[in-house]
Design a protein around this ligand. Structure first.
Ligand code: MLT
Length: 386
């Protein structure tokens, strides 16, 4: 297999050292792996050499994840690697939501030419920009992944009451969540109780346009909504209508769209959540390490379309197999291995939805003939000898 990795976007140079044994560039042909940030991959021409894509970021909506699963291309993301950067922006936006800081700064620019009168004009004009403190208000966090948990904990530390919800809350994230954050069962409970709402969920069929006329009607009057996850999570028309009526006090988003720009009480930030060198370094290193571990060892960590799997390296022969999650496949693998007179020394197999991954180690050499025999088993998508 060609050891080449294609960069589809600028990636932190910290990844360079991790790919020191690979051709790593923005132009290599027939890559076995791809490093990507925001490049849209729907039309990317996949050929047989590609086995994995690593997104240096959390969202993977620029990658055809389901189609790649069927083609045995493992898609990774880097949950948590940019969490602190996004959290800091959200904390800033909580203050922007409570106080009319952006409007006030814009207004100050209009009195630049007033000379010695500026001081008096400031004192006279500032009344229009009075705002609220965030302490004592209730923040609702929808999505308690790495970012949501970090936001919840910091907002609590700033004196907010914090509630959160996540049907997929992992044990790891639950352990990091402050015990003072109240976890509720549904988004509806958050909509009803919160003065500020921040969303930290992936864009999918369940979450698309989850902020809409109906859900906004459940919210408190004057609620501040913060969306740093994906623009499509909110129905822009519903947001604009609610901003005009005052039902929503402010909408702050990292995903501007033409209809939102310039709407009063809508603050559009140009997708700056993860735009810090620290986050870019963290994402690049995590993505590159995950890619190399899969290419070289078949181990999978933080994939969005295949299950996590890991097996320490032991014996001489090692097989990585991606396959459908159907009955009897493992028995067929072991039969094929036994037929070659090989002993299985260690193995792991995991599944997630329709797909599964197995790693089998054997005492002896994995021949092309064995790889071909296993590849021919129905439901097997990719077999590699590592
Ligand atoms: C993410 O998905 O990680 C953030 O939106 C930042 C980014 O797109 O890089």
């Amino acid at each position: 297999m060609a050891k080449s990795i294609l960069k589809l976007n600028a990636i932190s140079p910290l990844a360079d050292g991790i790919f020191k044994d690979y051709e790593y560039s923005d132009s290599c042909a027939d890559p076995c792996g791809i490093m990507v940030r925001s490049a849209a991959m729907a039309d990317y021409n996949v050929n047989g050499s590609l086995i994995a894509v690593a997104r240096a970021g959390a969202g993977t909506n620029n990658i055809p994840v389901a189609g790649y699963a069927e083609k045995a291309i493992v898609v990774f993301n880097t949950p948590g690697a940019n969490a602190n950067a996004v959290k800091e922006l959200v904390i800033c936006e909580l203050f922007l939501g409570g106080r009319k800081i952006t409007d006030a700064i814009d207004w100050v620019k209009t009195i630049k030419g007033e000379g010695d009168a500026v001081g008096k004009l400031v004192e006279k004009g500032k009344g229009k920009f009075v705002g609220h403190e965030i302490a004592g208000k209730t923040l609702g966090v929808i999505g308690l992944g790495a970012i949501g948990v970090a936001v919840a904990n910091s907002a609590y530390a700033l004196g907010m009451n914090v509630i959160g919800t996540d049907p997929y809350l992992s044990t790891g994230n639950a352990l990091h969540l402050s015990p003072y954050v109240k976890v509720v069962a549904s988004r509806e409970e958050v909509y009803k109780e919160a003065d500020f709402i921040t969303v930290h969920v992936p864009l999918n069929a369940d979450t698309k346009a989850m902020i809409n006329d109906g859900t906004i009607s459940l919210m408190k009057d004057g609620v501040v909504i913060i969306n740093n996850s994906r623009g499509e999570l909110a129905d822009s028309n519903a947001i604009i209508t609610a901003l005009k009526s005052g039902k929503v006090g402010r909408y702050i988003t990292d995903f501007p769209s033409a209809d939102l720009i310039g709407v009063e009480n809508c603050i559009c930030v140009p997708h700056l959540g993860a735009s810090t060198p620290e986050a870019e370094d963290n994402c690049a290193v995590m993505a590159a390490n995950q890619l190399v571990d899969y290419i070289e060892n078949g181990n999978i960590k933080n994939s969005v379309n295949y299950p996590a799997i890991s097996l320490p390296r032991g014996s001489a022969g090692r097989l990585s197999i991606l396959h459908k999650n159907v009955a009897n496949l493992i028995a067929n693998f072991t039969t094929a291995i036994s037929a070659k007179g090989l002993n299985i020394s260690n193995m792991a197999s995991t599944s997630k939805g329709d797909y599964a991954a197995s790693i089998l180690e054997v005492d002896g050499t994995v021949t092309d003939s064995l790889v071909n025999d296993i590849s021919a088993i129905g439901g097997v998508l990719r077999v590699r000898s590592l």
